[in-house]
Design a protein around this ligand. Structure first.
Ligand code: GRF
Length: 203
């Protein structure tokens, strides 16, 4: 059994898509243990309460490992450990410290709204529109010490149309995110992912 912790900062729709998937697919061996938000006002906290999963807010001025060690303490309080756990970042707006990444090495996933390595960081949908790409999408990747730079597990593409606005494009990407993230979590839980250097192999 894999113990899951999800880190959010806002809306929490990707968190919800994972929790819905786990509720509908009881054979998947993952137990969601704790939702942690870096923001007290995160809408995702309300969404999480519908699932009856414990939530916690870690909101203070600490930085780097000082902050992340508080997150790790909460994860471990709920038995989400490097040996038995998976941590999913779902709209989590903080960069992780190297200490956190090393502690949960290759056990932290993130979803990003572009086809990485294009358009890392914030406002990826706007950057894609402004650049004029014809295809963008979303990426689930392992988290390493860099910004949206870890090994890529899977991607889904979305076509950009001439009359797209940032909002219409973001909505279509989000629809694909909600399919891609649960799929990758499920792959991880079934040990179907192996890593060779930067390359992720799905068995
Ligand atoms: C998503 O677009 C995700 O790709 C990005 O932040 C957004 C979070 O949305 N990392 P939500 O909080 O999951 O609704």
């Amino acid at each position: 059994m894999l113990n899951l912790g999800i880190l959010i900062s806002g809306r929490g729709s990707n968190m919800e898509s994972i929790l819905n998937y786990l509720r509908e697919n009881r054979t998947v061996d993952i137990c969601p243990k704790i939702i942690i938000s870096s923001k007290p006002e995160a809408e995702g906290l309300r969404r999480a309460s519908k699932f009856g999963i414990p939530t916690r807010v870690v909101y203070n001025d600490s930085k780097g490992w000082d902050y992340d060690s508080e997150i790790v303490n909460v994860l471990q309080e709920y038995n989400v450990n490097p040996e038995n756990g998976l941590v999913c970042l779902a709209g989590y707006m903080r960069l992780l410290s190297p200490e956190f990444v090393q502690k949960y090495k290759m056990r932290i996933l993130n979803i990003h709204p572009s086809l990485l390595p294009s358009f890392p960081g914030l406002n990826s949908q706007k950057k894609a529109l402004d650049y004029g790409v014809k295809v963008t999408g979303c990426t689930v990747h392992f988290v390493d010490e860099g910004l949206d730079s870890g090994p890529i597990i899977a991607q889904k593409h979305v076509l950009v149309s001439d009359n797209d606005t940032c909002e219409t494009l973001s909505d279509r990407i989000l629809e694909q995110e909600h399919i891609l993230y649960p799929y990758c979590v499920q792959l991880f839980s079934k040990n179907r992912i192996s890593i060779q250097g930067r390359k992720v192999i799905v068995n």
